[in-house]
Design a protein around this ligand. Structure first.
Ligand SMILES: [Zn+2]
Length: 158
């Protein structure tokens, strides 16, 4: 998926977290959008990967693109890391949108023909039956539909 699609999916994930009163919208949306960029740290040319190139290059060489960082194991690892780095003081209002954004990235990439290795190290790709190619008109239409659908569902609540 393209960067803008991941940002849109992340924003929607943040709005959903805010909808359930776990985190205020002003905090939830940017955190979820940031979380939605994290999995592509395994690609040196991605928005995040290009900013931390030594790290992204290393991750790409060891695990490949859409490897470990696109799995549920990474979600658990990120949770564990954030909890331990914060001395278990990270608020759910911070952790929940970050993880929701991260999961939104896995969901979005699961909508592409390549899928995601959700159960990595088992490298069986998980993908939806209906997929869209990255950068295609179908992806742009899907992203627009997500925006319209989330505004229709969540809009009246804000
Ligand atoms: Zn990705």
């Amino acid at each position: 998926m393209m960067l803008v699609s991941h940002l849109v999916f992340g924003a929607v994930a943040g709005a959903v977290v805010a909808h359930f009163h776990i985190s205020p919208l002003w905090l939830s949306m940017p955190l979820a959008m940031g979380g939605a960029l994290l999995p592509d740290i395994d690609h040196p040319k991605s928005a995040l990967g290009s900013r931390v190139r030594p790290v992204s290059t290393l991750i790409a060489k060891v695990f490949g693109h859409r490897g470990l960082t696109h799995s549920l194991l990474a979600v658990l690892g990120l949770s564990w890391l954030l909890l331990h780095l914060s001395g278990h003081k990270i608020a759910s209002s911070t952790l929940a949108p970050l993880l929701a954004g991260y999961l939104s990235h896995l969901l979005a990439d699961g909508l592409t023909p390549m899928g995601v290795p959700l159960f990595w190290p088992v490298r069986v790709p998980v993908r939806f039956p209906l997929t869209v190619r990255t950068g295609s008109a179908a992806e742009k239409l899907l992203t627009l539909a997500v925006v319209v659908g989330s505004c229709w569902w969540l809009g009246p609540h804000y």
